[in-house]
Design a protein around this ligand. Sequence first.
Ligand SMILES: Nc1ncnc2c1ncn2[C@@H]1O[C@H](COP(=O)(O)OP(=O)(O)O)[C@@H](O)[C@H]1O
Ligand SMILES: [Mg+2]
Length: 319
Amino acid sequence: MPSIYVIHENDAWVEPLRAAFEELDLPYAEWFVADGTLDFGSVPPEGVFYNRMSASSHTRGHRYAAELTGGILAWLEAHGRRVINNGLALSLEISKMAQYAELSRRGIRVPHTIAAVGREALLAAAHRMPGRFITKHNRAGKGLGVRLFDSVEALQRYVDGGAFEDSVDGVTLLQQYIEAPAPYITRVEFVGGKFLYAVRVDTSQGFELCPADVCQVGDAFCPAGASAAAPQFRILNGFSHPLIERYQRFLAANGIGIAGIEFIADGEGEIYTYDVNTNTNYNAAAEAAAGVYGMRAIASYLERERRKLEQSERVAETA
Ligand SMILES: Nc1ncnc2c1ncn2[C@@H]1O[C@H](COP(=O)(O)OP(=O)(O)O)[C@@H](O)[C@H]1O
Ligand SMILES: [Mg+2]
């Protein structure tokens, strides 16, 4: 009988998914990938494999987890296994350059971006940015390397100072800063390639916007008096937009079944898409307030896929 396998490298982020499987009484197995081996002479078990490898895995001491996962996914796919968020998806997860190329190809506007390797190249690129710009790591997640600059000189000071940190893959992106009239971004969640919900995220506290509970900063970080403020994550009621169709086509074309895609709208209402998270997390408080639950949607979707496999195995046996 085919099973469900969850490939990941961060226990804390899988906790809500475990709870969802338990609630729905669905069996599944975890495949924790950090260090390890993969024998290419072996044959993978039958099943549905959900890849949750994260772009920020190196920040948890798992420097080569994404590389090993790339091999595992290639092996699974070579054996014809059903993989949700496959090797193509992983290549986008760990490279914003790849994301922007693919998004643009699907007619989705991305901020003007220049990739640079080496400090000289970075500074040269900054001269070509007409307005305010941000830096970010090509392989990131968690807002790694995201900083706002007003001028080339400011970037020069930063690069010359001790605080500059290179992306783990050596590629820094310089990107047009999109100024939102109000400090928020929108993250659109998809499960099974279909729109689930859109969540508005307050950006007034900075660039690290992981929705997972374990990433939430404690009260100690809240400025006094901020407790009465709107919650940082709020699911939008009845969000609909022509972009959803485009996002769905983009996901289908890139082997992505489950993802959260982030966009910012500027003062003119122009929408810029800037981040694809194939390893997406959901905010528990926002979900409880709205009564929608991403991890349950994922668990049900994986089970539906598993049953399809089971069905086709039966058909094959009786044929
Ligand atoms: N071009 C941009 N203009 C303005 N803010 C941005 C831009 N790109 C990113 N940000 C802000 O920085 C945060 C982190 O950037 P993002 O590209 O999502 O990186 P990560 O993959 O690390 O989450 C975003 O959620 C957003 O608030
Ligand atoms: Mg992001």
